[in-house]
Write a protein that binds this ligand. Structure first.
Ligand code: SAM
Ligand code: SF4
Length: 329
């Protein structure tokens, strides 16, 4: 088992398949763009398979594909097929644009846990957040998934003055759809112009929702072990909604996640300042198992050691972290 120095067991691997994306969400991709890794430094399909199986030998039983946008990778179907043989729960976080082209792979490979990121239900606002014009395709693909029996979750990064006026509309979707809408607190990374005053915390969201639906109609849903979101539902609605409060109320105590970036580095935390180059080690025939164990063991107790994002120290630490598009959320 992969245990860190605080006894937390790590069984959930998030693999970023690419640094590229067909959207340009302003909170994820800096306006000036990013420096892509040279192509030869990106993990190849067979390397992803070898590294993923090393993690599985060490107790990982859930793998999520992320990115960049995982579905822009030309050999996505090949990678998914290879990893489906590892007998893990398979998941993906995607912006949804290319889902219709891969839905058969999702079915064949057992990719049933699907998170789709959509930050506005208004086309113009969606386009201004993502700096691209794909709203209709994303919505069509969300509906396609429901019609084919999937129950995708919807990820919404809530940003004050941008989309915090749409929370009720998003929750409205859960009336008919048996989905979870996950409201994610806006987090700071290199070049994303984060500011504490633009975050919206769980209490503010709950206050708003209670005002709208009436306090006694907002019911707490039981959270599962290792859940990052605190879930609620509206009485009588099919689905539910949750808040992921990384900034104001982190869930680090129960963290079970490890991240592998597209250029083959382990990040033991989204916010960790250090990375372990597993891909070079693999290519040099070094002992990757020991590197994985050591990296997980050294994980800091909370948010890569950042105590307070709003402090000067927190600002400097998160400014020196990779952009989210280069980590994989
Ligand atoms: N392209 C895919 C997508 O958008 O779902 C996968 C990669 S994206 C980096 C993974 C998740 O990170 C998305 O749900 C996105 O909204 C979230 N994310 C990106 N930047 C963020 C930020 N600064 N704060 C909070 N969440 C962020
Ligand atoms: Fe691309 Fe996802 Fe980042 Fe948006 S959040 S720019 S879709 S990687």
């Amino acid at each position: 088992m992969l245990r860190d120095q605080f006894g937390r067991v790590h069984n959930y691997l998030r693999i970023s398949l690419t640094e590229r994306c067909n959207l340009r969400c302003f909170y994820c991709m800096p306006a000036d763009g990013i420096q892509l890794s040279p192509k030869e430094n990106i993990m190849r399909a067979e390397e992803i398979q070898i590294l993923a199986s090393e993690f599985v030998k060490l107790g990982v039983n859930k793998i999520r594909f992320t990115g960049g946008e995982p579905l822009v990778r030309k050999d996505f179907d090949n990678i998914a097929t290879r990893l489906s043989k590892l007998n893990c729960e398979m998941a993906i976080t995607t912006n949804g644009i290319l889902i219709d082209q891969h839905i058969e792979t999702f079915k064949n490979c057992g990719i049933s846990k699907i998170n789709i990121s959509i930050d506005s239900l208004k086309k113009d606002k969606f386009n201004s957040i993502t700096r691209r014009d794909y709203f209709n395709r994303v919505m069509d693909n969300v509906e396609l998934l429901f019609s084919q029996g999937f129950n995708p979750k919807l990820n919404v990064v809530v940003i004050k003055g941008v989309n915090d006026d749409e929370l009720i509309d998003f929750i409205g979707l859960t009336k008919e759809w048996n989905t979870t809408v996950q409201f994610i607190e806006y987090m700071p990374f290199q070049g994303n112009k984060w500011d504490f005053s633009k975050t919206v915390n769980a209490e503010e969201i709950l206050r708003n929702v209670s005002r709208m639906f009436g306090e006694r109609n907002v019911l707490k849903v039981e959270d599962k072990k290792n859940d990052t979101s605190r879930k609620y539902k509206i009485k009588g609605f099919s689905g539910n909604f949750g808040m992921i409060s990384t900034v104001s109320n982190p869930f680090c105590d129960s963290c079970n996640r490890i991240r592998l970036t597209a250029n083959g580095r382990i990040k033991n935390c989204l916010f960790s300042g250090s990375e372990t180059d597993l891909l070079t080690a693999l290519r040099n025939n070094e002992n990757v198992e020991e590197l994985i164990k050591e990296t997980v063991f050294n994980k800091k107790s909370q948010r890569g050691g950042i105590k307070n994002f709003a402090s000067e120290e927190g600002r400097l630490m998160s400014e020196s972290n990779r952009s989210m598009i280069l980590i994989g959320g």
